[in-house]
Design a protein around this ligand. Structure first.
Ligand SMILES: *Cc1c(COP(=O)(O)O)cnc(C)c1O
Ligand code: SF4
Length: 444
């Protein structure tokens, strides 16, 4: 380190136990602090000094989008639940009742705690391969066991059940052995998407242990890493003790002749404004890795066209590629965050219209559902009424990829299962869509 420069931040996670410290340091009003305390009994939060100091605008809480993104809020739970939590937490004698109430509220918010990880788990020689999901022909998702948390939590994240310890973590892979066996048996898989949690919470040594063996598998042509680290802890690529090592690891993957894609999760243009974030992006790009950007559309965080337009422009300016805008799925405080499909399509179209051509690589709004990834291309007015124009961007069955279809327009529908398909939809497509419309986890 150069003399005279401040010592770089070392990563430290802050949670509900540090709420008073955070509130005092950033001048959080008492009433908001108490709301956060109550709601966080049910919905976890986790932040770090970078999120607190660089991303949140404390003069604008609670409305600030980064505060909404990382702290639990009034309105995320029904008012009577919040009251009940307030009452029971006032008296230490009520502790057992409080614990019961928390369990009960959580169970209502998350009826299928382990459903997410159980889907699309492939088998090899008749045994399930933990830590893998294989849904689309080209791509296998890989969940390394030590990468199942994040630098900070997003309040809308469907992984919250995992973060409170409800979901079964045995689905994750202790080591890449199962993945390697599966890839050798499935040469049609060319793409491994390493996801979590956030794989970039791992030390470089650990990450190397998961990635390096893939370089011996000739059929693997691309490796993707899904991560929010550039937004939530850019020090991972700048000042962390093993920041240089991780960049060297990226270079090594690129030097092997493979495409390395960092699938970066950016929710708001502010996440690209800090010098650290820009330096992190520049350093990642200098390794030869390509940065693709994606995020869900979330009420109160980024539900307006100007925000997305600014975000995609900022990504392009940083040399990154806008990739997907997702529709938020039903989990946790879904009613708080959801945006109807009609509104999502409008926001997307308005934000897209004035983009430079090079930023029009982005697609959305996209629902990641059981049959595949379905994009809402817009609304079509016909003599028979209005319809959503939909298209399969990804499908379990390759024959369905790219196929357009329609559903009756609805101003309030927020997911595929709220939609009424046009009766003229081709039978194979209609069958696939009707067979399952449930949301499936969206890897980043
Ligand atoms: C989105 C997704 C992928 C990757 O899809 P791309 O369109 O190639 O980015 C892979 N597997 C699953 C299960 C997905 O949901
Ligand atoms: S959205 Fe990504 S970064 Fe945010 S909590 Fe979920 S897994 Fe972590």
């Amino acid at each position: 380190m150069t003399a005279g420069q401040p010592a770089p931040d070392r990563f430290r996670a802050y949670g509900p136990r540090h709420l008073d410290e955070i509130a005092a340091r950033h001048g959080l009003p008492d009433d908001i602090r108490e709301t956060v305390r109550r709601i966080s009994l049910v919905l976890p939060f986790r932040v770090n000094s970078y999120v607190l100091d660089e991303l949140i605008d404390w003069d604008d809480v609670p409305g600030d989008p980064m505060f909404q993104l990382t702290f639990p809020q009034r309105g995320m739970l029904p008012a009577d639940d919040e009251e009940r939590l307030a009452k029971l937490s006032a008296d230490p004698a009520d502790r057992p009742l409080l614990r019961e109430a928390v369990q009960e509220i959580r169970a209502r918010l998350n009826p299928h705690p382990s459903g997410q990880q159980e889907l699309n788990v492939p088998t090899l020689d008749g045994a399930r391969v933990p830590g893998l999901q294989h849904k689309y022909r080209e791509t296998v998702l890989y969940f390394p066991g030590q990468g199942q948390t994040c630098h900070a939590y997003c309040t809308y994240c469907f992984r919250w059940a995992q973060f409170i310890g409800d979901a079964d973590l045995r689905f994750a892979a202790p080591d890449p052995g199962g993945l390697l066996g599966y890839l050798r048996a499935h040469p049609e898989v060319h793409d491994v998407l390493v996801t979590g949690g956030d794989p970039m919470v791992m030390s470089t040594e650990r990450l190397r242990g998961h990635l390096e063996p893939l370089l011996d598998v000739a059929t693997v042509r691309t490796i993707r890493i899904g991560t929010k680290s550039v937004a939530y802890w850019p020090q991972r690529y700048t000042t962390d003790p093993d920041a240089d090592d991780v960049l060297r690891l990226f270079e090594q993957v690129v030097a092997s002749g493979r495409q390395l894609a960092v699938m970066a999760h950016f929710s708001h243009p502010r996440e690209l404004e800090s010098d650290l974030a820009r330096r992190a992006l520049a350093r990642i790009r200098a390794t030869g890795a390509v940065v693709y950007c994606q995020a869900p559309l979330i009420a109160r965080v980024n539900d307006d066209a100007a925000t997305w337009n600014a975000l995609w422009r900022a990504e392009l300016a940083a040399g990154a590629v806008p990739y997907y805008l997702f529709v938020e799925r039903d989990t946790g405080p879904y009613d708080y965050f959801k945006v109807p499909l009609a509104r999502a399509a409008e926001i997307f179209a308005d934000a897209y219209r004035t983009l430079p051509g090079l930023a029009r690589t982005v697609r959305g709004p996209v629902m990641s559902a059981t049959p595949g990834k379905v994009v809402v291309d817009g609304v079509e007015e016909t003599p028979e009424g209005s319809f959503f124009r939909l298209r399969m961007l990804q499908a379990r069955q390759p024959s369905l990829v790219g196929r357009p279809f329609r559903a009756r327009y609805s101003a309030t529908a927020a997911w595929l299962d709220d939609l009424e398909l046009d009766p003229a939809t081709p039978a194979d497509l209609a069958a696939a869509v009707r067979a399952g419309t449930a949301p499936e986890g969206t890897p980043r």
